[in-house]
Every structure is written in C-alpha cells, then in structure tokens.
Ligand binder design. Structure first.
Ligand code: OGA
Ligand code: NI
Length: 358
C-alpha cells in the first residue's frame, strides 16, 4: 500500500481495456488486498449485524440516526422524500452513459487535476492494481460533457441531473441538522449553513459508478477501500450487492440493496466536525460474475474555503480537539497524496504535552 501517489495513471486512454469485452481477468486487474486493517478477521463467523434501515418519516428516526452514526457511521433510509421516479431516471441515465461506445465516453474524459467527467476512480492511484469500474462525476451543469455524449438528447438528461442535485441537496441539509442535533449542536452554533440555515451554501458532486460483470470476481475489486472526503455521502445502488462497510475495523458487512432506499455515510469532514464521535467508515465495492452493478453517489461537501473544525460544544479539558481546523479545499489536496488523510491533520495530544513538559 503506497501512502503517496504512485506513477499509476488514473486517466483512461484509448489503450485501456474495454471491461465489458474481457473474458479473462488481465493481470493488471488481479487485485492485491492491501494490508490496511490489522484487526480484520478474514475467516471468523460473520457479525450478525446488518446496517440499520431507518424510516425517515417516523418520530424515532433522529434517535436511531444518532445511534447509527456513532456506531456504524452509516445507515439506510426509506421514506426520505426523494421521488423514486427521479432516482430511477438518474439510474437509467447512468446505464445509458456507460453503455456508450468507449470513444464517446473518452470525449467526456476528466482532464488531469479536475473532478468532472468520465474516468476511473481517483483513489486507484493508491493501489498497485486497477479497479473493475468506470465512473462519471457531475459538478454543476454536465451540459458540456452531455452534449458530446448525446448530441441530440442532452437537455432532458441535464434536467434530470439538476433535479437530482436539488432533491439530494435538500435531503442532505435535513440529515445534517439531524446529525448535529443528536450531538447537541443547534442552529445558533453553526455559522456556515447559509442565510436560510439549510446548508444550500454547501457544494456537491453526483458520482455515477459502473461495475461491469466480471469474469473472475473473487480476484478483482470494483472500488478499493476508502473513506469519503465529504460531510455526508448519500448513495443509491441498483438491486445488485457490492457495497461493503467495514464494521469496527473487523469485518466487511455487505449493504443489502433495498428498493428505493438510500445509503447514508459519514464522510471525513463530519468526522472532524463531530470530533470523532461520528466515524467516516471505510467502505469498498466488490463485483460479481453475472450482473452489472450501478450506483449513484451524492457527495455533499462543506463550502469551499470555510475551515471545518471539531465543534467547540463537543470539547472540554477531557475531550480535546482531535483534528486541526482545515477547509475542504486544503483537505482534498492532502487526500490526493495521502490515503489516510485524517491521520495527517490529527492533533496528537500526548505529543503536545510532552513538548510542553520538556
Ligand atoms: C463512492 C463509493 C460505492 C459503490 O463512490 O465513493 O464508495 O457502491 N461507491 O459504488
Ligand atoms: Ni465512497
């Protein structure tokens, strides 16, 4: 496992494989699981736990969400208010997009150093082998890219993604207040939620992920283990298993697809704000032999240059801040060179004391 960027390119070129057409798994895709988690139990009995499934329309939802955030850093929600027809429309745009011939998709490639467009996951640079997936990131309007992909049929697809962004943004605002209230943080305590205190000041990207069926799924990996550089990630997976969340550093737990449900995950930035009370879980996506898998991940991030820090209401002499203040812009730069970004901004309390005493 490299901690800094390797020479491995994260940009797709014409020479790259067309995954759908491969009958055997090329060596470059034969995954080597990095030795990341010392307490991971490979062959123990599975934890009986499943990721909590919470009905957002019920009165006990905030309480259950608070509990899930402190233990799993993740949960699934139903009755979340996002129209199912919209979720399906976004999914089918994604299906159509990845089904396009490679030369079309390459016309919408990410340019180096930027987020939007088509390519392979940025985190692939940390791993020696390639991941069995493709992705397409939308930030702001996808118009320029969609015009290349669907010269005659782009405007309806742009409207769908704009509507998806609006709906998910307001859901994320709601979830943020639930998550913060459960820590005792109120509207007066947060000065970056915007004039209407609805977090519309936050930024977001919609990330479409595609995992083709794989000839040798046990030896491949769709998306390697990582944490998200977000406040919250809200993900919809089609009816195919693949997403796994690391439970207590010990075991990968598969997130069962539930029709219409959305998977919510704490990201690194909320781990910082909550001073580690909410943990940004490691997760990965595995692949399978027969079915293509698709996910739409909504990546909800803080306003660009506002420093995020452990909230002062959560601090005391016995609960010192675990992280130094940092803006999303600065943190994403750290994460692009360091697999475990949070450890780079951790304040080591013991060391500080030693320095003072010495
Ligand atoms: C991601 C992610 C998992 C999945 O996009 O960050 O973790 O199931 N996706 O596609
Ligand atoms: Ni992720």
């Amino acid at each position: 496992m490299a901690t800094t960027q390797t020479h491995h390119s994260v940009h797709i070129t014409h020479k790259d494989h067309d995954l759908d057409s491969l009958q055997v798994l090329p060596d470059s895709y034969q995954w080597v699981q990095p030795d990341l988690f010392p307490s991971l139990q490979q062959h123990s009995t599975p934890l009986s736990d499943t990721l909590p499934l919470i009905d957002l329309s019920l009165p006990d939802a905030p309480d259950l969400i608070g509990k899930a955030l402190r233990t799993w850093g993740s949960f699934q929600i139903i009755n979340h208010g996002v129209p199912l027809s919209l979720i399906h429309a976004a999914q089918s745009s994604a299906i159509d997009l990845f089904a396009l011939p490679t030369p079309y998709k390459l016309k919408a490639s990410r340019t180096p150093g930027t987020f939007p467009g088509y390519g392979i996951a940025r985190i692939n640079s940390f791993f020696p082998k390639r991941m069995w997936s493709e992705s397409f990131t939308i930030m702001g309007s996808p118009l320029e890219h969609f015009r290349h992909l669907w010269p005659h049929d782009y405007s309806k697809r742009c409207d769908i993604m704009a509507e998806y962004d609006r709906e998910l943004k307001s859901l994320c605002g709601r979830l943020m207040w639930i998550a913060l209230s459960e820590l005792g943080i109120t509207r007066e305590d947060i000065n970056w939620a915007g004039p209407n205190e609805d977090f519309k000041t936050c930024n977001a990207a919609t990330q479409l992920n595609f995992y083709p069926a794989c000839p040798d799924p046990d030896r491949a990996m769709g998306l390697g283990a990582h944490t998200d550089t977000t406040l919250l990630t809200v993900l919809h997976q089609n009816n195919t298993r693949g997403l796994q969340i690391l439970r207590e550093g010990r075991q990968w737990v598969t997130v069962e697809p539930v029709a219409g449900a959305l998977v919510v995950q704490v990201g690194d930035m909320l781990q910082i704000v909550s001073n580690g009370l909410y943990k940004s879980p490691f997760h990965q996506a595995v692949v399978n032999r027969t079915q293509k898998r698709l996910s739409v991940a909504y990546l909800f991030v803080p306003p660009e240059n506002v420093e995020m820090s452990p909230h002062k209401k959560l601090l005391s002499p016995t609960q010192p801040p675990l992280y130094r203040p940092i803006s999303w812009t600065d943190f994403i730069r750290i994460k692009s060179n360091n697999f475990d970004g949070l450890s780079c901004i951790r304040v080591d309390v013991k060391d500080e004391k030693q320095v003072k005493v010495g």
